[in-house]
Structure formats: C-alpha cells, structure tokens
Design a protein around this ligand. Structure first.
Ligand code: ADP
Ligand code: MG
Length: 253
C-alpha cells in the first residue's frame, strides 16, 4: 500500500534527542504540513524520510517496504527509498552547470533509464506546468529564486516519486515569488500529489493541509485536522500561532 508510516523513531545529535519516539503516518494523496518552532526537529524528520539523516532506531514503512533503522540498510533499499521520496530544499540545489531542461532530464535518463527524447518531452510539459517553458535553455543562475524553486519542483516531479518532501520551500523568497511557488504547490496538492511540507506560512498551511503535525523538542504535540489546530485547542498551540502571526491589533497606535 502507498503509505508512509514511522514507528518509534529516535535520533540524537550527541546528547541531544532531536527525534524522541516519533510515531506518525503520512497518507497517500494527502498533504501533510509540519510546523513547529525552530530547532523542533522538523528538518531532521523530513530528511530521515529521504535517508539524508539516519535515526538510530525505529521502523520506517513506505509503500509496502519496511526498514528498521537499527539495522544496516542495503544500497538497493536506499536507492528505492530515495526514488519514492523527492526532496525540494530551501535553496533549490539545482545543478548549476546544467540548463533548466537538463536539470529535469538528468535523473529520468540516468536513473530511470528513460529515453532522452521522452524525458525532454515530459520536462517541457512540467516546465509549462510551473510556468517556465520559455526558460528551458537558460542556466539556473539566470533565473530568479522563485523561478529556480519552480524548476526544482518540476525536477522533482520528473522523477515520479510517490511523495514530494519540501523543507521551507519559500523561506528564501520575496513575497511575490513566494506566492508563485505556493500556488503551484496548492495545485499539486489538489491534483492528489502526496506532499509533506515544512512551512512557517500559516495561511498557506491552512489552505493546503489535509493534516497538521506540530513538533516541539523532538516530540509530536499535535497530529490531526487543520481545522482543530487553527482553532487553538490548547495553550501551547495558541502561543505558537500567536508568535507566528503578526496581529496589528496588538500594536495599534
Ligand atoms: P527544525 O527544522 O525544526 O528547525 P532541525 O531538525 O533542523 O530543526 O534541528 C533539530 C535540532 O537538531 C536542533 O537543535 C539542531 O541544532 C540540531 N541539529 C540538526 N542537525 C544537526 C547536526 N548535523 N549536528 C548536530 N545537531 C544538529
Ligand atoms: Mg528546519
């Protein structure tokens, strides 16, 4: 079954428990938004799903495969999991020496063994989807940050991962570029692409999330319906949401 499930995941950096017995599910065709204060462990959790971080213990179920972090992982398993989970970073991480279209075709041709012609056709369709077909032959450094992030999203889609993981995808962008990226993510979400997104943009979280997971100090303090979360079910969530949102009423002259 097409599902990600984590059971009893623990990760520490030196003496600091960064993930403290995490249990959570990420449903297919759903968008889960991870929120929480800085240092909560959000990035570590997301990066663990792509095996960029390796928890010390716990189970990771993905699409019918179960891995045990307490055991050595085979290269085959690692490749399989990396293919199922596409990662989009805050700083885009495009290949600077490749044109936009080559950024999109590199993985499909090298890893998925697609024919170059087919990969290019699909790349052009994906660039159209993110509004950048006319930039196909530009190099990344000729694009704005927002455009580079849209290319990074298209590149991730070109690999057909079952889940796309996004770690603060818009936090390096100006508000107008941010909006362009958020609209694309909203569209992908509504098309049924499985997404897991870390964001500090609570209005976006409200619009896109099927589920909110709130992390603090390596623990999940809330996992559920966004309507309940944004209704401030407890003092800690009230404080967090108040700290995240500029409320002009508090600062009236
Ligand atoms: P978040 O994304 O919620 O801000 P992170 O997952 O990046 O949190 O980090 C959680 C905690 O782990 C923080 O205290 C951070 O300083 C620590 N941490 C993250 N990566 C490393 C690392 N490579 N080495 C040591 N500590 C780390
Ligand atoms: Mg982070």
């Amino acid at each position: 079954m097409n599902l990600i499930k984590l059971e009893n995941i623990n990760k520490q950096f030196e003496n600091h428990k960064v993930l403290d017995n995490i249990n959570v599910e990420f449903l297919p065709k759903n968008t889960t938004v991870l929120v929480g204060p800085s240092g909560a462990g959000k990035s570590t959790l997301l990066r663990s799903l792509n095996l960029l971080e390796r928890p010390e213990s716990g189970k990771y179920l993905i699409n019918g495969l179960t891995i045990n972090f307490g055991k050595v992982l085979t290269n085959k398993t690692i490749l399989h999991i990396r293919r199922e989970t596409g990662m989009v970073f805050q700083n885009y991480n495009l290949f600077p020496h490749l044109s936009v279209i080559d950024n999109l075709t590199e993985g499909p041709v090298q890893v998925l063994k697609q024919k170059k012609y087919d990969a290019e056709n699909e790349a052009l369709q994906l660039l159209t989807k993110v509004g950048l077909e006319e930039k196909a032959h530009f190099y990344p450094n000729a694009l704005s940050g927002g455009q580079q992030q849209r290319v990074a999203i298209a590149r991730s889609l070109a690999m057909h991962p079952s889940y796309i993981l996004l770690d603060e995808p818009t936090s390096a962008l100006d508000p107008e570029s941010e909006l362009g990226v958020l609209k694309i993510l909203l569209q992908l979400s509504r098309e049924g692409q499985s997404l897991i997104i870390i964001t500090h943009n609570m209005e976006f979280a409200k619009a896109v999330a099927d589920k909110i997971v709130f992390l603090e100090d390596g623990k999940i303090l809330f996992d559920g319906d966004p309507k309940i979360f944004f209704n401030r079910p407890n003092g800690r969530i009230t404080d967090f949401l108040s700290a995240m949102t500029f409320n002009s009423k508090q600062y009236e002259k």
